[in-house]
Write a protein that binds this ligand. Structure first.
Ligand SMILES: *Cc1c(COP(=O)(O)O)cnc(C)c1O
Length: 373
């Protein structure tokens, strides 16, 4: 039996679609540079498979969240320029240098630490400086930018090659906060020596040319999430998740389905039990709310999602399509990650990064089928 035949769920990741999405953004924002945000294992989709494909397509700058991700990525894309968003934490400077990772310096303390490390004669990589323009998570506030600007020797010693900030409301092009942050970014960055600037992630790119500066940092859009919610998604879909039907049950009133007996059967029908549950990232909040698609028929999710299983009302689907071993689409081009997220009361980012390790995964590149590395 092949792995595929034995699998109870199948996660297919279209690497070519990720590359096409990156190319699309790179073309759109040229001459600004399109980096790629590949943190959290490429939002759960496989950095080992995806990052080299992006590099081969011409992507040169990559962002990860922490040092361990940076060290892993250095092995995967030896020639990439790798930025680590958290910067050095707890004295990790030496590791950054050893692996040629560029820290994003998010505070005066991190800048002081990196400066001391660089001045101590170590071959410290260049750095990026994070300016807080209104997110209030990481980055220098205005008074801190002024203090830094007053110490040109410190500033020079950290060799900044990028000043960046992050937008709070980029998914809403009517939010006044976007232009406020743009103005603040211009003001703060102008107090520093001239260097490349980066403000936008996926959403910001679509707010217009003024937001693109020298580099954009898309993540979500590469993985097929809609960077302009409420308008047609310009990005190609990347993910397909299929669950296998384990059993089909004939039901009738007054039976109930699943934990808590939350679904009461009202009339004669059929329930398909599918081998995907919240342990696979199929969120429990989809209970009695989500749906699947089988042979083009939309089927409602009934009862509670449990750890390994989910139940669907398949009464309206032609019988030949519904049998043990048949696959039901849980995420597909017709049932997008964004749609599943809205049914689950969350955002596509959370659906992607929650996708479980238990799915049989395949990565599509051209006609080849990739295997786990
Ligand atoms: C995660 C992240 C990004 C990518 O954001 P998307 O919305 O996924 O494009 C860019 N910049 C920073 C600072 C981030 O933390």
């Amino acid at each position: 039996m092949t792995d595929l035949a034995r699998a109870t769920s199948l996660l297919t990741i279209d690497v070519d679609a990720v590359v096409a999405n990156w190319r699309r953004i790179a073309t759109l924002i040229a001459p600004a540079e399109a980096a790629a945000v590949v943190k959290a294992d490429c939002y759960g989709l496989g950095v080992v498979q995806i990052a080299p494909a992006l590099f081969a397509a011409g992507c040169r700058s990559f962002f990860v969240a922490n040092l361990d991700e940076g060290i892993q990525l250095r092995k995967i894309v030896p020639g990439g320029v790798i930025y680590v968003l958290s910067g050095p934490v707890g004295g990790g400077e030496q590791d950054f240098a050893a692996h040629g990772l560029i820290p994003v310096l998010n505070s005066l303390a991190q800048i002081t630490g990196w400066s001391a490390f660089a001045k101590a004669g170590s071959a410290a990589p260049a750095s990026a400086i994070h300016l807080d323009t209104g997110m209030t998570r990481l980055g220098l506030e205005e008074v801190e930018v002024e203090r830094l600007a007053a110490k040109p020797d410190v500033l020079a010693s950290v060799r900044p090659i990028l000043a960046m900030s992050h937008l709070a409301c980029a998914d809403d092009d009517t939010a006044p906060k976007n232009n406020e942050q743009l103005a603040t970014f211009r003001r703060l960055s102008s107090q520093l020596p001239a260097m490349p600037l980066s403000l936008s992630a996926s959403g910001g790119i679509f707010l217009g040319r003024a937001f693109r500066f020298d580099m954009a940092r898309p993540g979500a859009a590469l993985y097929g999430l809609n960077p302009i919610p409420g308008r047609p998604n310009p990005m190609a879909q990347v993910v397909r998740l299929q669950g296998k039907i384990l059993q089909v049950r004939d039901v009738d009133s007054p039976m109930t389905v699943g934990y808590g007996a939350t679904h009461r059967v009202a009339q004669r029908g059929k329930i398909a039990t599918v081998a995907v549950g919240y342990a696979d990232g199929w969120l429990r909040s989809l209970s009695n709310r989500g749906h699947g698609v089988i042979g083009g028929f939309k089927v409602p999710l009934v009862g509670r999602v449990s750890m390994d299983l989910t139940t669907f009302d398949v009464a309206d689907v032609p019988a030949p399509l519904v049998h043990p071993g048949a696959l039901i689409d849980l995420i597909s081009p017709e049932l997008t990650v964004d749609e599943v997220a809205s049914e689950a009361g969350t955002i596509g980012y959370e659906i992607l990064t929650a996708l479980g390790r238990r799915h049989h995964r395949r990565w599509l590149t051209g006609t080849r089928e990739g295997k786990p590395a």
